[in-house]
Design a protein around this ligand. Structure first.
Ligand code: HXC
Length: 502
């Protein structure tokens, strides 16, 4: 037993530690509540017979599986052991993982996978591939039923990154996590291109550029703290709601809307500070903090209950919607909807980003995802329009038309097809041209347009805005609306499933 617990042996453990990594067992113990871990299948033997594999002993077949708790809440967990054949996935290794996945589904508790693996075990051929297929199938079945969390803590290749891609949240750690389908060696051989592992698929690359990672940490310990925090916001499964916490007021001395929200409509501000000014204890747990920063998503609590925030970020690209920000928001909306987490949307955007790059990158298809996700979602949906809500952006950011339950607007809201400047230039083109003082006339007509349309009252007159509220009243309106919507029940037509613009 002692031999099995030691994994790949002293030398391999020292190598693992020398590269700045914890061992698989230490990781599980560091993440779970003290003394809560129960291990299964420690004595499983690998099934490889070719290439002299039958003569090799691979302790635990390179993966540790079991159950435990985080913050007192139950979880199923596996951690691949890189000290044993590089954590590669053979037939029995896969069987251990699928068994714990089946437990997670049966018991309806979250699944956490710590991935540190070179992918399919080459010596076991098609049986390794079959193992991955079985895992992907279960990831898909479990999607929307139990939360699935992936932690990338080593060089992960092939199947070792596709399973995480099917899960809800992916965590990476600086210098330790690497993710790629094919590594630098293969790329060099096939394409003649040279790139380091870090530049190809390091933690920063996936947290900032590809968006494959939702959370980035400087160390494994910090990563585990992030996981614990995430777990505190989400329910165990799709039949439960997230655990309520004692209600706390926002830290209003530090976060005061009047001090954060600029009087000049052209001036940017950090929408995360507005969120902090609204939520319990001013605590906002941001997801995808480094990717597609023109939209902000994350969890917070209102009156002790978890809500998911989606907010345009005027600090970055004026908060426009584009390919990546639409993908980012749409996936989050679907997570919240699947797990009964109400959505709060804060709107301030000039619309979808124009440009050849965006058009050719498929902004039509990607932008449609957010329309689909909001329309599909039946959890309580509250929207607050802070400033600009122009064109497609107005509709997309959870308008009444996509079935928001309550839409509030601050007096500073501008709800129109486009901004006054653009609109005046188009609809008054002839008037401006004919004027002896075109600049003056343009200014005057822009102001006329602003007075008439760039405000919340036209939309409110049609009932598209339920109430025009002062910024300082927002928290009360949100808490009140959440209480009203607590038993919300909204049906959608019965169908096998929809076909979102994936
Ligand atoms: C068998 C493997 C292995 C694998 C690593 N090892 N990957 N054994 N199958 N896939 C073994 C090594 O032989 C070595 O054994 C030990 O693990 C440590 O590996 P190193 O190469 O020494 O470590 P490092 O230099 O850190 O490099 C890690 C690595 C590299 C980047 C992961 O090992 C690598 O490129 N491996 C192959 C990756 C890959 O192409 N996998 C197949 C993906 S295809 P010893 O005995 O020397 O200690 C796939 C199919 C599913 O996964 C696709 C689904 C869509």
């Amino acid at each position: 037993m002692q031999e099995a617990i030691k994994g790949g042996g002293e030398q391999a453990i020292q190598k693992q530690k020398a590269s700045g990594k914890m061992t698989a067992r230490d990781r599980i113990l560091a993440l779970l509540d003290p003394e809560s871990f129960q291990e299964y299948d420690l004595f499983v033997k690998h099934a490889g017979v070719d290439f002299d594999m039958d003569k090799k002993y691979l302790p635990g077949d390179g993966v540790i599986t079991g159950t435990g708790s985080i913050n007192g809440w139950p979880v199923c967990i596996f951690a691949q052991d890189f000290t044993v054949a590089g954590g590669s996935l053979g037939y029995m290794h896969a069987k251990k993982i699928t068994k714990i996945m089946d437990h997670a589904m049966k018991m309806k508790v979250p699944l956490i996978g710590i991935n540190d693996s070179g992918g399919a075990r080459i010596q076991e051929g098609v049986n390794s591939l079959a193992g991955y297929g079985e895992i992907f199938f279960r990831n898909t079945l479990a999607s929307g039923i139990i939360p699935q969390i992936s932690v990338i803590l080593g060089p992960c290749a092939g199947g070792a990154v596709y399973s995480p891609a099917l899960t809800d949240f992916v965590f990476v750690v600086d210098k330790i996590s690497k993710m790629f389908i094919t590594g630098p060696e293969v790329i060099k051989t096939v394409l003649g291109e040279e790139i380091s592992m870090e530049d190809l698929g390091g933690a920063k690359v996936h947290a900032e550029v590809t968006g494959n990672a939702h959370f980035y940490a400087e160390s494994e310990q910090e990563c585990f703290e992030q996981i614990k925090k995430l777990m505190s916001f989400i329910p165990w499964n799709n039949e439960k709601t997230a655990e309520p916490f004692p209600r706390k007021a926002p830290r209003s001395r530090q976060y005061k809307i009047d001090n954060i929200f600029p009087t000049d409509p052209m001036q940017p501000y950090d929408v995360r500070d507005i969120i902090r000014a609204l939520v319990d204890d001013s605590e906002f747990f941001e997801i995808h903090q480094l990717w597609a920063q023109n939209i902000v998503i994350g969890f917070a609590r209102l009156d002790g209950k978890t809500v998911g925030f989606v907010a345009n970020q005027p600090l970055i690209l004026a908060g426009v919607l584009d390919v990546d920000s639409s993908d980012k928001a749409a996936r989050f909306i679907r997570f919240c909807d699947a797990f009964s987490i109400p959505l709060v949307t804060l709107v301030d955007l000039p619309g979808y980003l124009p440009g050849i790059d965006q058009e050719h990158a498929g902004v039509i298809r990607h932008g449609a995802k957010i329309l689909y996700a909001y329309s599909e979602a039946t959890v309580p949906k509250l929207t607050v329009i802070l400033r600009k809500a122009y064109g497609g952006g107005y509709i997309a950011m959870c308008s009444h038309h996509l079935r928001a339950d309550f839409v509030f607007a601050w007096p500073t809201a501008e709800i129109a097809v486009m901004g006054p400047e653009g609109a005046a230039n188009i609809i008054f083109r002839d008037k401006i041209k004919a004027s002896p003082t075109p600049n003056e006339t343009r200014k005057q007509l822009i102001e006329e347009y602003r007075q008439k349309f760039a405000n919340p009252y036209v939309a409110a007159a049609y009932g598209y805005v339920d109430a025009v509220i002062e910024p300082g009243e927002t928290r009360n309106f949100l808490v009140h609306s959440l209480n009203i919507a607590a038993n919300k029940c909204e049906q959608r037509p019965t169908k096998k499933h929809g076909i979102p613009p994936f």
